[in-house]
Design a protein around this ligand. Sequence first.
Ligand code: GLY
Length: 377
Amino acid sequence: MVFYLGVNKVNYELEWIDTVWEAVTEKVSRTSKRIGATFPHVSIDGVYNSENASWWTNGFWPGILWLVYRETKEKILSETASEVEAKLDEILYDIERQDHDMGFRWLLSSVAHYKLLNRTDSKRRGLMAANLLAGRFNLKGNFIRAFDAPGREGVVIIDTLMNLPLLYWAAEITGDPRFKWIAIAHTDMVLRAFIRPDGSVHHVLRFDPETGERIEALGGQGYAPDSAWSRGASWAVHGLALAYRYTGESRFLEGAKSAAHYFLAALPENHVPYWDFRAPVTENMPLDTSAGACAASGLMELSRLVGEHEQTMYKNEAIQLLKALYENYKGSESEEAILLMATGNVPAKKHINIPIIYGDYFFIEALSKLKGHDGLF
Ligand code: GLY
């Protein structure tokens, strides 16, 4: 009896994944015809608006296009992704308009293009981005600097973890391990300074850029310096799982598990994350579906890295999250976004309960992993 229930559940889930994948890829294909090679960031009144060229989220649209192209081989998707990649050159070759988000932009555009279609110019762009990211390393504090504004030389954020696969890729492709050592040094610093004993994480820390000493924690996009901004928590789950995948260092796996267990324990009953797990719950508490989607893709990554007796646990949690997000907050047919109710930055009062492109990216990436494929990080 239990056996049959199990089989039915698995079949039901496979059906759910396929149905949602169909709906999502159809929507991406339709949206690509309207927005073309632009930089979609948030969707307002059902349509994705384009950002300026330097915005950190500009790799997510080509990333979505490559994830879907990989299965459908629709030419318009690869052509549009290539066009966005070429437009990003404006930033790749302008040292004064960059930040640490080189991975979010060039892993999902150039490196994906290189891996799928073996394009030499895309490989070169990926290597250029990796060199620029490596160049942001502060040897004294063992951290990668996040932003370029004067006075922010020692500001470090949890999000950087997600950019590090660009360095692991560069180490592999060039045979030069120095890229990998920088990524590992930064990740060890994250374990020491960002991850709290209960698995929750800081968003922002400030170090003295001369001595490397930690000065203070800042609230960043979270409620307070000691709160638990949910997207930051998801960056930690996913980023540490990736660090373990690339290095095989068990301390990174332990860190990823600890961040994952905190994330899962902090979810409200309906499994849709609030914007901060440690902010006072108010009547119209902002949600962040993007944190849920990024964590789900990270949990899928984890499920592939742990021993056979733990795999199902992380995979089931990922499925439960994806279902909760989609069944409660999927965009309607007339909405270009896949997921509603993501939140960009509550303290800045910017983009609250609105569809945001990275929520869509990670939702599609997690689905793609459930269909047996790799992600693009
Ligand atoms: N990386 C900035 C954010 O997650 O909003």
